[in-house]
Design a protein. Structure first.
Length: 116
């Protein structure tokens, strides 16, 4: 099960997450999201635990618990697909409508040379 961990202290490393969640069972991976420009953690992370029962126990026990004067938020991760390449592709704008009487738009009023 993928777990979202929010409001984590900025000093934390991935080993700290493995240590905390490891008390509840096997941790497959832990990933803290890092800002590309500042190279500082963004204050949230994702932990993957293979056993769902252990993951649920960790979520219940750790959600709202205080670490280094910050209450962390722990819940099941929900897929966002914001950066996914599987988005529905938009249909390209047709170059010519199906109407056979179509004429290209010439504009309204005078052009920059003063002619209509």
């Amino acid at each position: 099960m993928d777990i979202y961990v929010g409001s984590i202290p900025f000093k934390w490393k991935e080993e700290k997450l493995v240590e905390i969640f490891g008390e509840f069972g096997e941790v497959h991976s832990a990933k803290i999201v890092i800002d590309k420009i500042t190279r500082q953690n963004k204050g949230f992370a994702f932990v993957e635990m293979p056993n769902d029962e252990e993951a649920k126990a960790a979520i219940e026990a750790l959600d709202g618990k205080e670490f280094e004067e910050r209450k962390i938020v722990v819940n099941k991760s929900v897929p966002n697909n914001a950066g996914s390449l599987d988005k529905k592709k938009k249909k390209p704008y047709p170059s010519k409508p199906e109407n056979k009487e179509w004429k290209p738009f010439k504009g309204i009023g005078k052009n920059k040379f003063g002619k209509k």
